[in-house]
Design a protein. Sequence first.
Length: 270
Amino acid sequence: MSGPVVLVGCGNMGRAMLEGWIASGKLKAQEALVVEPAEALRARAAALGVTVLADAGEIGGDVAPRLVVFAVKPQVIRDVIPAYKRFKASATYVSVAAGTPVAAFEEALGTDAAVLRCMPNTPAAIGKGMMVTFANPHVTREAAAFVADLLSASGRVAEIADEALMDAVTAVSGSGPAYVFHFIECLTAAAEAAGLPAETAKLLAMQTVYGAAALAEASDEEPGELRRQVTSPNGTTAAALSVLMGEDRLKTLVTEAVEAARARGVELRG
């Protein structure tokens, strides 16, 4: 593949992705072109050594991008897309706009446009994200592999074959960080209720969640087996788990939460 990568929008998510691409060596600064209307955000992008423009109209007629990546808010994405239709012959269009289906791009660009949709989550900003992609039939294997390689600078990448599953993806990995943050809040509150000072309670809760997740990722064992290894018969952990796991209490609660998020996603999608 040849031609630059055009990044449309350089807010928090767009800049985090761009920084990851350049820092990892997956993309050279001279291979990126950023379109961002906000002057302050343009200045931040320019500091990375990339070419920065205020409007799509400033992109030269001889430019043939290999990718056009949309990292703008979902509420404005449909107004932004048409300005990039002229690149359809060379470009694969990538969107990280939540809740915006591939059909919205095909409507604006034509049904023959190569469109790949990505659902990232907020840990992508520190290179620990989960990115899930769906591509329409016009996205080549080469383009899909290139996009996956770029996205891997922000964390782990998975692909789904059915776009309808994006609502489930959003409910699990998209919204999931908020569930974990709330668990940390709850564990901190419980630690304080048990008598620990506030700062110590917060440290114990955060580091325990972080360490357990890191161990689960590094281990060859399934999470269930890791749980069993920590749980001595009739011990303290077993006493706590009898509350969390009794009558599938926590499993039921989390399943209901994920389903509520998935159903809301379907509702918002209309």
